[in-house]
Design a binder for this molecule. Structure first.
Ligand code: AMP
Ligand code: MG
Length: 481
């Protein structure tokens, strides 16, 4: 590994140095060999992956640390938070020259653990491992993981579960909440911290007339694009607190996430989300709200030569681009999913008509797009109680496609509509086996989800494609993990 221990160069008030505390009886879970290669792990590192992914082996070149941050949770100021059960154990340079964080989740309690035990359970570790891989393979910016380990140590949740550790990778573990913590508790650190964020993550902004404004605009842009991509694949993050969004717009900390099966935009997948704040359909507006909170923290960075009111207005202006950026990406992607030309004035309305049918008829989101792609129109209609609505949508659909180059539109559909998503029952089965020390289903899902756009009959199970039976409710996932 080639180290770039840059977070260690920040003022020490921003973190706490400590070593991981290993679990009893650590053992191999799964290893992402392709990612390790991308991260330039040596043969020796690879040989020792279980020790590395279980906190038994750390690196002299990087002193592990827990970061401090704050956040708004479920819309309320939550005060100081921080890495309560994870440590940054390295920052390394990948094959493309990009610096990537290695963060070991479940590594024991830290000064930021509050009431928690500093651990992660096998169930949530596998959920995060597979979801990060699924999103990356779908081309969505997200954390990923080099591997995870299980153990023989019990960890108490609603019931006793097995402790585990995940070696997560991300281009950035700096959260919106980092700025909230600094502003609230150690305001003098703000200029230097912001400067480092720009140098590390948005160097192109250094040459702008006002680098902070250019940086803010970029964070808004990338977050909007990420959320548009979530919406397109039907991904619901589940806990979009400001401490769970980072400044590079790559998905992080998705605990009780879910991929939509039936198209129910107001589905609450997080057990603790009593008000339905973080449903699929709310994600764009919550992203906007989080960024608005975040931008407030940049107000003190007004340059001496600048009018303070103007500065606030300019920051607010950055947020004005959120909605158009989101809509541009969402509409473009949706047209591609539908096999409709994005430039046609009626394409978006037609796509909305299709989504309304999926919602009314409670059809499976992913499979319905695959059926459209495979021109199984009759099958979709057969699943509709309101056949008239389908016929009227379909007339509009054919009308728009009639005069276009259908082959090109069909080719686009195949590039954007996944054959496979990570359905809850798939993860659940993998977890149940893993809890009995059988990781074969994790391996199968890992392989299947490596190429989600390609049909893989030799790897797939019939259940991977099946919509939820109408009498089976969606699962709500507990936040405590
Ligand atoms: P999350 O909702 O998982 O993003 O966690 C919110 C905050 O709680 C973060 O500061 C976490 O580090 C902390 N946290 C969550 N679970 C635990 C745990 N089991 N032990 C210690 N801290 C935790
Ligand atoms: Mg978190």
């Amino acid at each position: 590994m080639q180290f770039n221990p840059r977070y260690n160069t920040l003022p020490s008030r921003l973190y706490h140095h400590q070593q991981p505390s290993p679990l009893k009886g650590a053992k191999a879970g799964h290893f992402n060999a392709a990612l390790a290669q991308q991260l330039q792990w040596s043969e020796e590192d690879i040989q020792h992956w279980v020790e590395i992914c279980s906190g038994q082996k750390t690196f002299a070149a990087f002193e592990p640390l827990a970061m401090v941050y704050a956040g708004h949770q479920f819309g309320q100021w939550a005060g100081q938070l921080g890495d309560g059960r994870g440590l940054l154990i390295a920052q390394i340079v990948d094959k493309n020259g990009q610096t990537i964080d290695l963060h070991l989740k479940g590594a024991g309690s830290t000064p930021y653990s509050r009431m928690g035990d500093g651990r992660a359970v096998l169930r949530s570790t596998i959920r995060e491992y597979l979801a990060g891989h699924a999103l990356n393979s779908l081309g969505i910016a997200s954390s990923n993981a080099v591997g995870f380990t299980s153990s023989e140590q019990g960890v108490q949740r609603e019931k006793l579960e097995l402790g585990a550790m995940l070696l997560r990778t991300s281009d950035c573990h700096i959260r919106l909440g980092h700025f909230e913590w600094i502003n609230q508790y150690q305001g003098d650190l703000l200029p230097e911290f912001t400067q480092k964020c720009i140098e590390w993550h948005y160097p192109e902004c250094l040459d702008a007339e006002q680098p902070v404004l250019a940086f803010a605009a970029q964070v808004v842009q990338r977050t909007a694009v990420m959320i548009a991509q979530w919406q397109l694949v039907g991904f619901a993050h589940g806990v979009m607190n400001t401490d769970n969004l980072n400044i590079t717009g790559s998905t992080l900390d998705f605990g009780p996430y879910g991929f939509l099966e039936r198209f129910r935009p107001n589905w609450v997948n997080n057990h603790s989300d009593y008000q339905g704040r973080y449903t699929y359909q709310q994600q764009p507006s919550i992203g906007h709200w989080n960024l608005w909170q975040w931008l407030n923290n940049l107000v003190p960075l007004c340059p001496a030569s600048y009018n303070k009111e103007q500065w606030k207005e300019d920051l607010a202006q950055c947020l004005e681009h959120f909605e158009p950026t989101f809509l541009e990406h969402y509409k473009l992607g949706l047209s591609q999913k539908m096999g409709l030309p994005s430039f046609h004035k009626d394409s978006f309305d037609c796509a909305m008509a299709f989504l309304r049918i999926l919602q009314t008829e409670q059809l499976d989101y992913t499979q319905s797009f695959i059926r459209l792609q495979e021109k199984q129109y009759e099958q979709i209609k057969d699943d509709c109680l309101d056949r008239r609505a389908f016929e009227s949508f379909f007339a509009m659909y054919e009308n728009i496609r009639e005069l276009q180059d259908a082959a090109e539109l069909d080719a686009q559909m195949a590039l954007i509509n996944p054959q496979y998503i990570l359905r809850n029952h798939m993860t659940q089965k993998a977890i149940e086996l893993a809890e009995r020390n059988d990781f074969s289903e994790v391996e199968r899902l890992f392989a299947l989800l490596s190429q989600p756009f390609i049909k893989q009959p030799e790897l797939e199970n019939a259940a991977d494609l099946e919509p939820l039976p109408s009498d089976v409710p969606e699962v709500m996932v507990s936040c405590s993990s």
